[in-house]
Design a protein around this ligand. Structure first.
Ligand SMILES: NC(=O)c1ccc[n+]([C@@H]2O[C@H](COP(=O)([O-])OP(=O)(O)OC[C@H]3O[C@@H](n4cnc5c(N)ncnc54)[C@H](OP(=O)(O)O)[C@@H]3O)[C@@H](O)[C@H]2O)c1
Length: 327
């Protein structure tokens, strides 16, 4: 894959640090803003990225076959759409798009044009996550699922002082649901599919959810997902069945070791991840999907992304969180 990157922020820097694991990927281009010219040039030099752009249209004319959209949430839709129109495959950072309607639009475009479209969400690609899926039957009938991802954000300090950074700005489609609880949605929907009912109870400040509790009703069991950027707590992920429970104490986007505790007390600790950095499994899979032209896997992942977008959209609507694209 010939990869072009758009953005030069936090996640791009993290990604570039793991690119030496991607032996079948060539970094051909990076697109940054005028204001980030210095950072962009430094990254291009350090990671031997061949071409640099500050104009997205020119970047799309470069020889990259795949674009990694690593921009604030409100730009995902437009930048992805333009890349697909230019005939590029796209890997877009989570959360895929602010609205379900936009997600469907992009998904249809990619399928019609025979292009790859993937959401960068680490959770689905961990061997540990795949193992959890495989081991679910040993827990018996599932009764209760809980995920708590609460991480106090330094940006919340600025937010309280009135400096609203994109991660908390309604205009940039920020907030706790989009930024952090979205990981929990991916985790749960990837294991159990679409819930029957969705409710979201947000803590709202200045028109955005700084934290909240998402309730997913699966008819035969209940699930509570907590996402918080305004307070912290130990990470808890548990899946409780009538034969035993699964316990995992790392965020679902990291998905480190987990325990299976059966009702007879038998406890097994499992860890099948091969790499320490959370983005390696994910991007190695993307590299394989695109280089091997594996549309089946790509579109299965895309169907999952659509379900997550739908759940997110219902939750936002129930919680009264309004984004520009909703109109
Ligand atoms: N998968 C993960 O684990 C993970 C972790 C963190 C973030 N993310 C996701 O990644 C995305 C980016 O987050 P981040 O933390 O990297 O944000 P960030 O540090 O604020 O970086 C955003 C980048 O986008 C650039 N940008 C803004 N408008 C642009 C434009 N019109 N053309 C080109 N570049 C533009 C910014 O440039 P300027 O600075 O010059 O404005 C900046 O380089 C978000 O959607 C977030 O949810 C994912």
């Amino acid at each position: 894959m010939k990869l072009g990157i758009v953005g030069s922020g936090t996640i791009v820097r993290e990604f570039l640090d793991i690119t030496h694991y991607l032996t079948e990927t060539e970094l051909t281009a990076i697109c940054y803003t005028e204001r980030s010219r210095e950072t962009g040039r430094e990254l291009a030099g350090r990671y031997h990225i061949t071409h640099e752009f500050t104009d997205y249209e020119e970047f799309l004319n470069s020889d990259a076959d795949t674009v990694y959209v690593a921009l604030p949430n409100h730009l995902h839709f437009l930048f992805t759409k333009k890349a697909l129109e230019a005939g590029k495959n796209v890997i877009v950072e989570k959360p895929f798009t602010p609205t379900y309607k936009e997600a469907v639009h992009l998904s249809e475009m990619a399928r019609e044009k025979g292009l790859f479209l993937l959401e960068a969400i680490t959770t689905l690609h961990f061997p540990n996550y795949k193992k959890i899926k495989e081991l679910l039957p040993v827990l018996g009938n599932i009764k209760i699922v809980q995920c708590n991802y609460s991480q106090y954000s330094r940006r919340y300090d600025s937010f309280k002082k009135g400096l609203i950074l994109p991660a908390f700005a309604p205009a940039c489609c920020g907030g706790a649901l989009m930024d952090i609880n979205i990981y929990n949605i991916h985790y749960v929907v990837g294991l159990f599919g679409r819930p029957k009912q969705v409710e979201y109870f947000p803590n709202m400040e200045r028109g955005i959810d700084t934290s909240g509790i998402l309730m997913l009703d699966y008819e035969t069991f209940q699930c509570a997902c907590v996402g918080a950027k305004d307070c912290r707590a130990p990470i808890v992920n548990s899946i409780q069945g009538d034969q035993g429970c699964l316990n995992q104490n790392t965020p679902v986007n990291v998905c480190e070791n987990f325990q299976i505790i059966l009702n007879d007390g038998t406890t097994t600790l499992i860890n099948e991840n091969s790499y320490e950095h959370r983005m390696i499994h994910e991007f190695k899979e993307f590299e394989a999907i695109i280089n091997r032209r594996d549309f089946k896997t790509c579109y299965e992942l895309l169907n999952h992304t659509l379900t997550v977008c739908e759940v997110q959209n219902i939750a936002r609507s129930k919680g009264g969180i309004i984004f520009p694209g909703d109109a």
